[in-house]
Design a protein around this ligand. Structure first.
Ligand code: ZN
Length: 385
């Protein structure tokens, strides 16, 4: 919905524009020098805006492939590509992670405003976009127009170890694995997560966020969204394992990565099965998705690996069970996390002996202590970077 035709080909360079939220909750205003340029469609409580409307407001023509559901456009000679249903954005073939998947509705493509702004700021030297709860201000970085935003500081703060996101797996209508004697994975995960949270709050000067602190159902995508919106420095998803072979036992920690090992793939399949309860069973992760996700996470992969190794080490110091090591597979819940991330499987509740241990609050306390000690050690390694 173009209301105003802009003549300059280099509009963005000179643009000092504010987009403020409109009166209704399904459009935002695109304002330039207090003049209304356009109204842009939004969805999901103003968290997503229509990229089609945005581009037409700034007089940029996208190329849209209906077949592959991709939108390609140019900003300052850089090629940007988004794809329906994918939480990645490509700028000149570099992959950036959006906090949520692109949504297509009535032939319009919607992107998450917050993460879109972040990516644009970090990728365009001449552009600065700021936002608060009520408006988004786009400006060019020129001598006449000094912006207070310092992207280097923003980047540094992002890596400061300040917030830990603890994600107790499953919950509500999704019990997760069910043990030999009926123990529910969701209860074990929540209990250990709460114990861990207490230890961190008591002993470390670090903010903690639990994705859930009660028995409620949370979609996998919502978990990473909470993590990203809270600018997490580390994401720990806590689970308990199950296998058809009742003899299987031990603890293991997973990283996201292309599927290599059949047993790891089975664990990921079980953990991803909740997608069916979410009504999105069609979104199976392909190996191509996983390779892309791995590339997108390359900036913090070594940190994820470091923490995963520490978790295994600290648990093995304190419990008798089998150390199954650090593995990788396609875990949907880790895929969208824009921070170092791991998924811990505390033990097999399908194994009678291990289920018995996991049912003991003393044992769960030991597990929480182990993860906490791993965190303390992990924090020390960050100081040396
Ligand atoms: Zn699980």
């Amino acid at each position: 919905m173009k209301l105003f035709q802009i003549k300059s080909n280099f509009l963005i360079l000179y643009l000092f524009t504010s987009i403020s939220f409109g009166d209704t909750n399904n459009t935002i205003k695109l304002v330039k020098n207090n003049k209304l340029l356009s109204k842009i469609d939004t969805i999901e409580n103003n968290n997503f805006f229509s990229i089609n409307d945005f581009l037409s407001s700034i007089d940029t023509e996208p190329y849209i492939s209906e077949k592959t559901e991709k939108v390609v456009f140019y900003l300052e000679n850089k090629k940007i590509k988004i794809t329906n249903g994918i939480a990645f954005l490509l700028i000149d073939d570099n992959i950036y992670q959006l906090s949520s998947k692109v949504i297509k509705r009535d032939n319009e493509y919607f992107v998450n405003i917050g993460s879109f702004i972040k990516i644009i700021n970090s990728s365009f030297q001449n552009l600065s976009i700021m936002s608060n709860s009520s408006e988004i201000i786009i400006s060019s970085k020129s001598k006449r127009n000094n912006t207070p935003t310092n992207n280097i500081n923003v980047e540094k703060n992002k890596w400061k170890f300040s917030t830990i996101i603890i994600d107790p797996g499953h919950g509500g209508k999704d019990p997760g694995a069910v043990g030999y004697r009926g123990t529910l994975e969701k209860d074990i995960a929540l209990d250990v997560a709460k114990r861990l949270e207490k230890k961190i709050s008591k002993n470390m000067k670090i903010k903690t966020v639990l994705t859930r602190d009660e028995d409620i159902f949370l979609k996998l995508g919502e978990r990473t969204k909470i993590a990203n919106e809270n600018n997490g420095s580390l994401f720990i998803s806590i689970h308990a394992n199950a296998a058809t072979d009742r003899r299987a036992s031990g603890f293991e920690t997973f990283l996201i990565g292309p599927n290599k090992n059949a047993a790891a793939v089975r664990v990921a399949a079980r953990e991803n099965a909740v997608l069916e309860l979410e009504g999105s069973s069609g979104e199976k992760l392909t190996n191509e998705d996983l390779i892309k996700a791995t590339i997108a996470q390359s900036a913090f992969a070594s940190k994820s690996e470091k923490f995963a190794a520490l978790v295994q080490e600290e648990i093995s110091k304190r419990v008798q069970g089998k150390n199954r090591g650090v593995k990788q597979a396609g875990f949907y819940v880790l895929m969208g996390a824009s921070m170092p991330n791991v998924l811990v499987e505390l033990g097999f509740i399908s194994n009678l002996a291990e289920e018995k241990k996991l049912r003991s609050s003393q044992y769960r306390e030991v597990l929480a202590t182990s993860i906490f000690r791993a965190l303390e050690k992990y924090e020390k390694t960050l100081d040396n970077d």
